[in-house]
Design a protein around this ligand. Structure first.
Ligand code: ZN
Length: 244
């Protein structure tokens, strides 16, 4: 199945934290969007890999995703090497996205920057026809030889650490639903009745920080809520009136 946008991120919930509003906005416009999670987040303080897979499925439903896959790489210990690149190339070729959104280029969590480099490299190598892969991703894999495919552009999330965005998407109409998709990760985020150990992202203050970040990004483009992204190459527009 061909997708318009594929968000590739290392931990289940990274995609929602950084881009749920953008995803919801695109799905509302009729675009096909998917998420590839690189790991099951098994090193997380709260929850279990099984619970996090269920939560990711619930969030996918709220976002209206066309596909969601988990690469089952090792949380914390995956590498940007040939083995991981080839696995990810097969996923990129399976979904043939026009645009990929990847993890933040650098962040508090070292997995984010390393995943970012892996995703950028895999997107480039995916376009090289001499690299042979077969469709072996997901339950519907047919084992067939794949065509080379390179996304037009890779954008990066802005996650925990502040990075000055290169552009901001207006997500005003979608912020509350974004929050709903985050709260689908019951084991991860603020829940006053949880008996799990407290973690950095499970505090009430973290949810408040997320809203404040979205308000700040929204403020600088003159709307209520925004999501910011960075891009390595200069982006072009056909019509300067597309800008807000
Ligand atoms: Zn993460």
């Amino acid at each position: 199945m061909k997708l318009d946008l594929l968000v590739i991120a290392v931990h289940p919930d990274d995609a929602e934290l950084g881009s749920a509003g953008t995803i919801l906005s695109l799905v509302a416009q009729g675009k096909k969007v998917g998420i590839v999670d690189l790991t099951r987040g098994e090193l997380g303080t709260r929850g279990t890999p099984e619970i996090r897979l269920q939560e990711a499925a619930a969030a996918a439903h709220i976002l209206g995703l066309s596909a969601r896959e988990n690469m089952n790489f090792r949380d914390g210990f995956f590498r940007n090497d040939e083995e991981h690149q080839r696995a990810l190339i097969a996923a990129i070729r399976k979904y043939q996205p026009e645009i990929v959104i990847a993890n933040a280029i650098t962040d508090r969590h070292p997995d984010h920057g390393r995943a970012s480099a892996l995703i950028v490299d895999a997107c480039f190598y995916s376009g090289l026809r001499q690299i042979k892969t077969v469709d072996n991703v997901g339950a519907d894999a047919k084992g067939e030889a794949q065509e080379a495919w390179r996304p037009k552009v890779v954008y990066h999330l802005i996650q925990d650490r502040y990075i000055k965005p290169d552009f901001i998407v207006d997500i005003t109409d979608f912020y509350e639903k974004k929050q709903e998709s985050l709260l689908a990760y019951k084991s991860q985020f603020y829940d006053p009745n949880s008996t799990e150990p407290m973690s950095y992202i499970a505090s009430k203050e973290f949810m408040e920080f997320l809203r404040a970040r979205a308000e700040e990004f929204g403020h600088v483009i003159g709307v209520k809520y925004g999501e910011g992204f960075t891009v390595d190459r200069t982006i072009g527009v056909k019509n300067i009136f597309d800008l807000i």
